[in-house]
Design a protein around this ligand. Structure first.
Ligand SMILES: *[C@@H]1O[C@H](CO)[C@@H](O)[C@H](O)[C@H]1NC(C)=O
Ligand SMILES: *[C@@H]1O[C@H](CO)[C@@H](O)[C@H](O)[C@H]1NC(C)=O
Ligand SMILES: *[C@@H]1O[C@H](CO)[C@@H](O)[C@H](O)[C@H]1NC(C)=O
Ligand SMILES: *[C@@H]1O[C@H](CO)[C@@H](O)[C@H](O)[C@H]1NC(C)=O
Ligand SMILES: *[C@@H]1O[C@H](CO)[C@@H](O)[C@H](O)[C@H]1NC(C)=O
Ligand SMILES: *[C@@H]1O[C@H](CO)[C@@H](O)[C@H](O)[C@H]1NC(C)=O
Ligand SMILES: *[C@@H]1O[C@H](CO)[C@@H](O)[C@H](O)[C@H]1NC(C)=O
Length: 431
């Protein structure tokens, strides 16, 4: 094992915990129960410029909607840098849905329904320091999606972001105007009256792997075809809005079995690549496909940045805490090394560098939904012991053993992914 971050002991423990957790999490997790991940772009902008541009744009795009509150309008040109913001408690916040009102949630994320006793984690609102997000209006989003397809692509955290968005809009559509047939790897929510779809496509590494259809539980047995997206890409073709992510699955080991050429040529031909190297090659494969196949006049591409994990309570100075277990408030204090993806010992920083460098060389524009920093504060918002393991809710015995069973990767819904979608919304309605 290769030490990283200079602290072999911590690294070892982290890897051990992560490995155990991942094996457990993914061993029997069926594809249909995967939730999704995403990323944040924290928005900062001079209010006045944004407001004036906003007014302009609102007037142009929404002549029929004078009721829009211009003050809130977000300008992608002005608010595109990640900077500071804060979570503000507001007891009058009512999420757009609950885990009982929305029929499309997995039990993996329905924390309150599953018995989570506290609900204060639903009362926090993200406030960027310098600009405001527009009010989330489900009908306005659906209007923007009229005749279009929006597709989330990625892992279980991305699946959560997708379910969150579906739940944020579904209540304004009458029962007979929407549908969501079950499907393992490609799920489609349709809003019939709008001829719009909000879809999810499972591709945890973006490139092909032997965990695409059935998850290989042992991370060391996973093999990636780092030079190919050809089984996935046909599903991405001609989608109007693509929202990708890929991070957490790369964190399962230091080395990743990587193949070039045909899978059929035997799994013996793999090479073990250090994970950032495998990530770089794979992202380039993904980027090349987009550059050569996407019509930039038709499709818009987003990428959700790292969704942080909260495995080590000392990262937020909660001495004696057990991972994210029993946390009921966002933390204000983050240790530096926690930035960039939470408890992955600084790996997020290197992975983000790889992502940024690949994306910067692309011909088409990729917009980051930069969720990382804002989500790092939310130690209170994971499913913890109110999620599932092996497709079953945790038993009381398991709940009593949070060190082993608390899930500090996935997020409760409603919850933090709603805010990620609020940012996505700001880009979509502003474009
Ligand atoms: C709290 O939330 C309510 C409902 O969204 C909103 O009307 C109110 O302005 C918020 N209060 C503050 C102080 O932001
Ligand atoms: C519905 O949307 C699809 C694209 O998602 C488009 O190809 C089709 O023409 C639309 N149908 C109607 C009736 O507008
Ligand atoms: C699931 O989706 C895929 C891709 O769209 C499709 O080929 C397959 O028939 C669907 N399966 C079911 C059971 O609907
Ligand atoms: C996109 O639109 C521009 C301007 O209308 C046009 O010049 C260009 O060829 C289009 N690109 C593609 C790939 O269709
Ligand atoms: C977790 O919180 C519950 C309820 O507040 C408390 O009874 C329990 O002792 C806490 N457990 C730990 C390990 O802190
Ligand atoms: C990419 O974004 C930049 C800045 O927003 C814009 O000037 C440029 O035209 C865009 N390029 C394409 C291909 O859409
Ligand atoms: C996301 O935001 C952080 C600051 O919070 C920034 O340093 C990082 O570069 C951003 N990520 C990407 C991929 O742009």
């Amino acid at each position: 094992m290769k030490p990283f971050g200079g602290n072999l002991y911590c690294s070892f423990i982290t890897v051990l915990i992560c490995t155990v957790l991942f094996i457990a999490l993914f061993y029997t997790e069926s594809l249909s129960s995967l939730s999704s991940s995403s990323f944040i772009r924290i928005l900062s902008c001079p209010k006045r410029i944004a407001a004036s541009k906003l007014r302009h744009r609102t007037a142009k795009l929404n002549p029929s909607r004078p009721e829009m509150d211009e003050r809130f309008e977000f300008d992608p040109e002005e608010c595109n840098t990640v900077s500071s913001g804060k979570w503000v408690y507001n007891s009058s916040i009512r999420p757009l849905y609950t885990d009982t009102s929305c029929p499309y949630l997995d039990k993996q994320v329905t924390c309150i329904k599953n018995g989570r006793p506290d609900s204060g984690y639903l009362q926090w609102e993200w406030q960027p320091d310098d600009c405001f997000l527009p009010k989330f209006d489900p009908k306005r989003l659906l209007e923007n999606l009229r005749g279009k397809r929006l597709m989330f692509v990625g892992d279980s955290i991305q699946r959560g972001q997708w379910r969150s968005l579906v739940c944020m809009v579904e209540s304004v559509i009458p029962e007979d105007g929407k549908s969501m047939p079950k499907n393992r790897s490609h799920s489609i929510f349709s809003a019939k009256e709008y001829n719009a779809t909000i879809e999810f496509y499972w591709a945890p590494f973006l490139v092909e792997s032997n965990s695409d259809t059935y998850i290989v539980p042992d991370p060391t047995e996973r093999i990636l075809k780092v030079d190919s997206v050809s089984t996935h890409a046909p599903y991405w073709q001609d989608v109007d809005f693509l929202v990708f992510n890929s991070y957490i699955w790369w964190m399962d080991g230091h080395y990743i079995k990587s193949l070039w050429g045909s899978f059929a040529n035997g799994e013996d031909g793999y090479e073990e690549l250090e994970r950032t190297a495998a990530y770089r090659i794979s992202l380039r494969t993904w980027a090349n496909w987009l550059d050569s196949s996407i019509n930039p006049n038709r499709s818009r591409v987003f990428f959700t940045t790292i969704s942080p994990t909260h495995m080590r309570s000392e990262d937020w100075n909660h001495i004696g805490g057990i991972k994210c277990y029993n946390e009921t408030k966002p933390t204000k204090k983050l240790k530096r090394r926690m930035r960039w993806g939470g408890s992955n010992a600084g790996y997020g920083y290197r992975m983000t560098d790889v992502l940024s460098s690949v994306v910067s060389r692309m011909k088409i524009n990729v917009t980051f939904i930069n969720i990382t920093e804002m989500s790092e504060y939310r130690v209170d918002a994971h499913t913890s012991v109110y999620g599932e393991r092996s497709d079953e809710l945790l038993t009381d015995e398991q709940r009593a053993d949070p060190l082993q069973y608390a899930d500090c990767i996935h997020w409760c819904l409603p919850g933090v992914p709603d805010t990620w979608n609020h940012i996505l919304y700001a880009y979509l309605v502003g474009s």
